[in-house]
Design a protein around this ligand. Structure first.
Ligand SMILES: O=C(O)CCC(=O)CC(=O)O
Length: 260
């Protein structure tokens, strides 16, 4: 377990595993999850990689400054993790809002990133109106009030019906600090990376769960087309393919690492 303190004084929870001289791969989690979202995936990746993951602000064990956050704040945090660990030629794997952070970091620090994996994400996620409604609903009823519909977007029906760990993901979501969740909602609401993502020139792989209800496959495919990314569907997964189909997801990432 490591900590990185950003220049604005936010302490981030970081895990840094694998050989220090291995190829650096950093993972950024989604809204309402923490770095445990990568637990099933990481052991399935090729040996010898340096695997770094962190809880974005307001999630997991990282500090939770008051909402709202801007995508630039979250991007600064990710840059602070890379710089704090002296990572070079980084492959960035970002899930949903983590993918927004990856796109923004690739545009801002082209020399830092070697390749980008965009998992169940887009250059723009939802509309400002949709996020305002979600923020109001959570201010009124808490995150628990939205658990049912969020879980329908995150996981396929068979997973929700029969996998015991499903309850743990519900708990992770509803135990996310409200302020952290709302802060990140504001960051997503204000983010439209269409133009900067169109200008990216690094290798990009876009992945989408074929039953993702949050960032549906067509939305992810459209973002892939913007930056000339390879696109692949993960069969039998919702918004979190790294949880629901870790072996398929690991295979796609391993093939991408092999050729980049
Ligand atoms: O998962 C994210 O990071 C944002 C996209 C989203 O809306 C997730 C959800 O359906 O709650």
């Amino acid at each position: 377990m490591h900590t990185i303190k950003t220049t604005t004084g936010v302490t981030l929870h970081v895990r840094d595993e694998g050989p220090r001289d291995g190829r650096a791969v950093i993972f950024a989690n989604s809204l309402g999850t923490d770095l445990r979202v990568w637990d099933a995936l990481l052991p399935l990746l090729p040996a010898g990689l340096r695997l770094v993951r962190f809880d974005k602000r307001g999630h997991g064990l990282s500090d939770c400054p008051p909402a709202p956050y801007a995508l630039a704040d979250l991007t600064d945090d990710a840059a602070a993790v890379c710089d704090g660990l002296d990572l070079r030629e980084v492959t960035f794997v970002g899930l949903s809002i983590g993918g927004l952070i990856g796109q923004a970091l690739a545009a801002r620090r082209p020399g830092l990133l070697r390749a980008l994996v965009l998992m169940d994400t887009a250059a723009k996620i939802g509309t400002a109106e949709m996020w305002t409604q979600r923020i109001e609903a959570i201010r009124t009823g808490g995150i628990a009030a939205l658990e049912g519909p969020i879980m329908e977007r995150w996981f396929t029906a068979p997973y929700r019906a029969s996998v015991p760990e499903f309850r743990l993901w519900c708990n992770m979501l509803t135990r996310t600090p409200c302020e952290g969740y709302l802060g990140c909602c504001a960051a997503i609401a204000g983010a439209d990376l269409t133009e900067s993502t169109r200008a990216l020139s690094l290798p990009v792989l876009a992945l989408a769960g074929d039953q993702d209800g949050s960032t549906p496959p067509d939305l992810v495919r459209a973002t892939a087309a913007l930056c000339g990314a390879d696109f692949a569907l993960i069969a039998g997964a919702g918004h979190l393919p790294c949880v629901e189909q870790p072996a398929q997801t690991a295979r796609k990432i391993a093939e991408f690492l092999e050729r980049t």
